[in-house]
Design a protein around this ligand. Structure first.
Ligand code: ATP
Length: 325
């Protein structure tokens, strides 16, 4: 459905100057430097996938989304989405995609949300029945009934985001690009947005490409992650593989009958200790969990043991460090 090969994009940025002399000089001559936002990126995405596109600030995520939605033109490389080249066949192409930029609104600020929806219906030339069916479904599933008659400027961020997502789906796109759709939302709104993304993917088969800094979004939604850093593609694969390749640390919490002294367990590090509870970090590449539990039970009278995998957040931080991005 999406095939990207060797995509590169750079921006020419004017050097900022300080001081009066430099500012006057800049009126006649401006120095520039080049930011390589994307360097030779290649990947492909199948219909019905939900792909998490992740990376630290400035990695090139939004630039990729802008290229894929036809807003930007690359310096080099190709991008074929449902047979279209986004920046060339824009008018017919945009009928097939929905785009949500969490930091920007596609709704008109001063008019009621419903008026924005109707404007979008005219822009996309959505047939009346399709429009009605979609509105009914979106209003119900995103709980918009009490919002659609208010102007956008009166909505909270979470309410606006639900309306933005609805707006991006009015024309029944096959692909949805979501650039930080949960940014700034509270826990309840995040869960609602995630649930909705899951539903449209499952029930309508919409392919979703999602950029986010919230690893809970990724865990809840994406089987596959593409990681970029400093404009280069660093990892493309299953979230589970990422976890098993890089997430070898596990945390064991052991509760036991009171013991006086702290203890050491071979191959582990003690994260915290009290006379009744120890929290231990285990590198499963070096020592097996069963070995640690057996050592523990030989030292103390165990009451309870819980084992937790390393949170995906930590794995990503570790990855960023390893790739020096
Ligand atoms: N219009 C532009 N003009 C100049 N530089 C730009 C422009 N857009 C992006 N860049 C630069 O390109 C690089 C990639 O930016 P991009 O917005 O794609 O990153 P990102 O991964 O989306 O970051 P974030 O997580 O902070 O949103 C950054 O160094 C950014 O400063």
């Amino acid at each position: 459905m999406i095939t990207i090969e060797g995509l590169s994009k750079s921006f020419k940025v004017a050097k900022r100057t300080t001081g009066l002399r430099q500012s006057v000089k800049a009126l006649f001559y401006r120095e520039h430097f080049i930011v390589e936002a994307l360097k030779d990126i290649s990947f492909s995405i199948e219909p019905g996938e939900i792909v998490g596109y992740i990376g630290p600030n400035g990695a090139g995520k939004s630039t990729t989304i802008k290229l894929m939605s036809g807003i930007l033109v690359p310096d080099r490389g190709t991008c074929s989405i449902m047979g279209y080249t986004p920046w060339k066949d824009r008018v017919s192409y945009v009928q097939n995609i929905g785009v949500v930029f969490g930091q920007r609104s596609q709704l008109w600020w001063d008019v009621p949300v419903m008026d924005s929806f109707e404007l979008l219906r005219d822009i996309y030339k959505i047939p009346q029945k399709e429009y009605k069916d979609n509105i009914n479904l979106l209003v119900e599933t995103l709980d918009l009934q009490s919002l659609i008659n208010s102007p956008v400027r009166q909505l909270s961020l979470g309410q606006r985001m639900r309306c933005e997502i609805a707006a991006s789906l009015l024309h029944s796109p096959k692909i949805l690009f979501l650039d930080e759709p949960t940014i700034g939302l509270d826990a309840v709104s995040k869960i609602a947005v995630r649930q909705f993304i899951k539903t449209i993917n499952k029930e309508k088969g919409v392919t979703v490409i999602l950029t986010t800094h919230d690893m809970n979004d990724i865990e809840a939604l994406a089987d596959r992650v593409i990681l970029i850093g400093k404009g280069s593609l660093l990892y493309d694969g299953k979230l589970n593989e990422l976890r098993s390749r890089f997430g070898t640390l596990k945390t064991i919490t052991a509760d036991y009958r009171e013991t006086v002294n702290s203890f050491e367990i071979h191959g582990t590090s003690l994260l915290s200790w009290s006379p009744e509870r120890a929290i231990i970090s285990v590198d499963t590449e070096k020592v097996m969990i069963s070995e640690v539990v057996s050592q523990l039970s030989s030292k103390v009278e165990l009451l309870d043991v819980s084992i937790e995998a390393q949170p995906i957040e930590d794995i990503i931080v570790q990855l960023y460090k390893e790739y020096e991005i």
